[in-house]
Design a protein around this ligand. Structure first.
Ligand SMILES: Cc1cc2nc3c(=O)[nH]c(=O)nc-3n(C[C@H](O)[C@H](O)[C@H](O)COP(=O)(O)O)c2cc1C
Length: 216
């Protein structure tokens, strides 16, 4: 059983990466072989609209672009499950996570020829980390519905999800310009809530691997 982790944050050891790694550890506890990819280490572009993946008579629908993302797309296509982490940037996904999902999903999107060209169901989970608190989320909102919808349509199943709020953004808040943060709530988040998010991520990984195991 293979579970792939995707870190869509430019930072390799901060909030998003930590939670994705925790989820992979949870999956590994259940016997999964795991692999982590850091998207910002790779040289790649989003979909270039070449439509090679939509030509008539293809045996397999895969992205025709060949670049740093190609091995990641191959790994996800061959995996039993994928866990994607992204920081929320301007209410959406990070640019590289967006670009990754364009390239992963579009070859499987059909224009009426069945629901998806993806040859099998690939269970997925999304981990989102963000600066807003859970209470502020209604006001600021995040624009992830389109990916939730396309994940179900293309990969064949509703994704599992984990939200980590009010994240610790930099090591030392005294060195950065900010007026709006409640430092007491940030401290509580870092010392008490984030460890729970990490446990929830581990549990998510265990849950995903458990589902895969029971379907094999
Ligand atoms: C370019 C940029 C845009 C951001 N936009 C938002 C936003 O719209 N909403 C939000 O809650 N946090 C926003 N943040 C904060 C990050 O989502 C948050 O700090 C996240 O946990 C960072 O993930 P990382 O620690 O894994 O890099 C933004 C951060 C950056 C750098």
């Amino acid at each position: 059983m293979k579970v792939i982790g995707i870190n869509g944050s430019p930072r390799r050891n901060w909030n998003t990466a930590t939670l994705v790694k925790d989820a992979l550890e949870g999956a590994a506890e259940m016997g999964a072989e795991t692999e982590l990819y850091n998207l910002y280490d790779l040289d790649f572009k989003g979909c270039t609209s070449c439509f090679s993946c939509k030509r008539i008579g293809l045996e397999e629908h895969r992205c025709a672009m060949r670049d740093g993302l190609t091995p990641v797309l191959d790994a996800v296509t061959g995996a039993d499950a994928v866990i994607v982490g992204s920081p929320i940037y301007f209410n959406g996904l990070s640019a590289m996570t967006d670009a990754f999902l364009e390239r992963l999903f579009f070859p499987y999107v059909t224009y009426g020829n069945g629901p998806t060209f993806c040859p099998r169901v690939i269970p997925s989970a999304f981990i989102y980390t963000m600066n807003v608190t859970e209470e502020q989320l209604d006001h600021y909102g995040i624009d992830i519905n389109r990916f939730r919808r396309f994940t179900k349509r293309v990969l064949g199943r509703q994704p599992d999800e984990l939200y980590s709020y009010n994240t610790w953004q930099y090591q030392d808040y005294d060195r950065y310009e900010h007026q709006i943060f409640d430092m007491e709530s940030k401290r509580i988040q870092r010392e008490q809530v984030f460890p729970k998010d990490r446990e929830a991520a581990r549990e998510l990984g265990r849950r995903m691997a458990g589902q895969v195991e029971s379907s094999l």
